[in-house]
Design a protein around this ligand. Structure first.
Ligand SMILES: [Fe+2]
Length: 177
């Protein structure tokens, strides 16, 4: 049985590990290997939303429900992250900065598709855009190695690929759509 409070406590214990991101990844991988239990523990999935399980300077834990067919523009996190899928799919496009560009412009550098039962780690310097390619919500557990909502970071205009400040409120509205 998945329990929200127990999961957060287990994440906090993993943070004490010297290889914190790897320890959290192992925990998330074990957790999403029983997706039905996670779904039961988190309750009936909503059409979309950002459900914050924990927020502190050291760690953010969220239950992210991606609305059907949602696309989020390229953005960075500036801290490590672990993503585990318990229902659906996330298609990630990975980006890198072009050298010597004052506008911060990026180019596509790769892709990573993750689906139910998968858990991946991303480093602090990752830039990604994410697509929920299916016609129903995708449910994911995201753990970040810091206070994601209190950190200044960047997003990139999806048309021009130019860098600008990340707009948290806009993204919240996108998830609630
Ligand atoms: Fe992200």
């Amino acid at each position: 049985m998945f329990d929200r409070d127990q999961f957060v406590a287990d994440c906090q214990a993993a943070l004490g590990n010297k290889q914190a991101a790897m320890a959290v990844r192992d925990l998330v991988a074990r957790t999403v290997s029983e997706p039905a239990a996670v779904k039961r523990g988190l309750g009936e999935p909503k059409p979309g939303g950002i459900d914050i399980l924990h927020r502190s300077p050291e760690m953010t834990v969220v239950n992210l429900i991606w609305p059907a067919n949602m696309i989020i523009m390229p953005h960075d996190h500036r801290m490590w992250s672990v993503i585990g899928i318990y229902d659906g799919r996330e298609d990630n496009i990975l980006w890198r900065r072009l050298p010597d560009r004052p506008d911060g412009r990026i180019e596509a550098a790769g892709a990573r598709s993750i689906s139910t039962g998968d858990a991946v780690t991303f480093g602090a310097d990752i830039i990604h855009s994410v697509i929920n390619p299916i016609s129903r919500p995708t449910g994911a557990i995201h753990v970040y190695g810091g206070d994601l909502f209190g950190t200044e970071r960047s997003e990139w205009d999806p048309a021009s690929l130019e860098e600008r400040a990340y707009d948290t409120d806009k993204v919240r509205r996108m998830f609630k759509r």
